[in-house]
Design a binder for this molecule. Structure first.
Ligand SMILES: *Cc1c(COP(=O)(O)O)cnc(C)c1O
Length: 369
């Protein structure tokens, strides 16, 4: 059999994830595999917890990477927190809000949603009104809605929930590593992310963090967590304490990759990393504007790392994306759901957010549009 891996040529990943992986992260993945209870590996696990706490600006002890992609982190939050008939409010303005609704509904929660127009942010006043009518166990929102390119007002929503018993769950899959997150200051109780967006790691891990109030809610459950693999009360025994107990074999080499990716962000400096995302976002908006390609989202709530743009009239969506990939080795994303066929999603996530990539995409788009 031919070795298919021999033919893999690098692609500049400028879609909604995965993003370009830093060479030192790829090198980290190929370090020797240690045993999952080897003291040297446990030191790396502990360091990853510290890195995550630093970058999420949280004191939460329960801050660990879950084995699985961002959706596993989403599932982990809901499956540990939700019991049948729990009242849950989900703020929806894109595909990933809808996915949260699906996950919570499958667990038998009483799910209500507040829906906002795609391409626009959640409106805090509308949420406030809803919270005055009824109290919920949990309110959930997506920080960076990757399906539309919108940033939702997480600090404002968190503010509404401070001093209440309602837990605040935030999807930070696309925002983590690309823009500021202050978990404790913003009153976030549960948060999940993913490695293949702004952390510039391959997909496979989902950093999560739980506040003391969220941990108390898990401990107060009347029923067992229905999913064995994601049951935090079991997983904690592997990630905490002087002696570590086997739960499932940690994806050792993926964790090396995550360590290195977080190391890079801390080394470059958070502020510098966020500024680099912003600068390249501005560079892209300007280049596209000159070509008559316009942004979907208002400048006040645009994501720097996910640029939703209208496909120009008369341009063949699939043909352009396919030519970009075949001829120029650049991947951009198609529209999802309501936006399918209407928009492109151009990612500037993590290691992708560099001027040379913006310039290469702009030049290539000119030849294929
Ligand atoms: C990508 C993404 C997810 C899902 O992550 P997977 O790694 O694909 O499972 C969830 N939420 C948001 C906002 C995302 O961008």
């Amino acid at each position: 059999m031919k070795n298919l891996l021999q033919d893999i040529a690098p692609v500049t990943l400028m879609g909604p994830g995965p993003s370009c992986v830093h060479p030192s992260v790829l090198a980290a993945l190929s370090k020797p595999t240690l045993g999952h209870l080897d003291p040297e590996f446990i030191r790396i696990m502990d360091a990853i917890k510290t890195q995550l706490k630093t970058l999420l600006h949280t004191e939460n002890d329960l801050t660990i990477p879950i084995s699985g992609t961002g959706s596993a982190g989403m599932e982990c939050c809901f499956v540990n927190l939700i019991e049948k008939d729990d009242p849950v409010l989900i703020l929806v303005n894109g595909v990933f809000g809808m996915r949260m609704q699906d996950v919570a509904t499958r667990l038998g929660a009483q799910v209500e949603t507040l829906e906002f127009e795609w391409g626009t942010p959640v409106i805090v006043d509308v949420v406030q009104k809803k919270l005055k009518e009824k109290s919920y166990k949990l309110v959930a929102v997506v920080h960076a809605e990757t399906s539309t390119g919108v940033q939702n007002p997480v600090p404002g929503i968190g503010n509404l929930l401070k001093d209440s018993d309602t837990l605040f769950l935030v999807d930070a899959v696309t925002s983590f590593g690309g823009m500021e997150i202050r978990m404790d200051d913003w009153g976030i109780d549960m948060l999940y992310s993913g490695t293949q967006k702004c952390l510039s790691c391959p997909p496979g891990l989902s950093p999560v963090s739980f506040s003391p109030a969220a941990v108390a809610a898990i401990q107060a459950r009347k029923t067992k967590v229905p999913n064995w693999y994601l049951d935090l009360s079991l997983i904690m025994n592997y990630w905490e304490g002087a002696t570590r107990a086997y739960h499932h074999t940690a994806p050792i080499n993926m964790l090396y990759g995550l360590f290195q990716a977080l190391f890079l962000i801390l080394e470059e400096g958070e502020t510098q990393v966020f500024e680099r995302h912003m600068e390249n976002h501005r560079r892209l908006v300007q280049a596209l504007d000159q070509m008559g390609i316009h942004m979907v989202v208002d400048a006040s709530c645009r994501l720097p790392m996910l640029n939703a743009v209208y496909i120009p009239d008369g341009v063949d969506d699939a043909a352009v994306r396919s030519r970009l990939l075949k001829t120029h080795k650049i991947e951009i994303g198609a529209g999802l759901g309501n936006f399918a066929g209407k928009i492109w999603r151009i990612g500037l996530m993590g290691h992708t957010a560099r001027a040379e990539n913006v310039d290469k995409l702009a030049a290539s788009l000119k030849t294929v549009c």
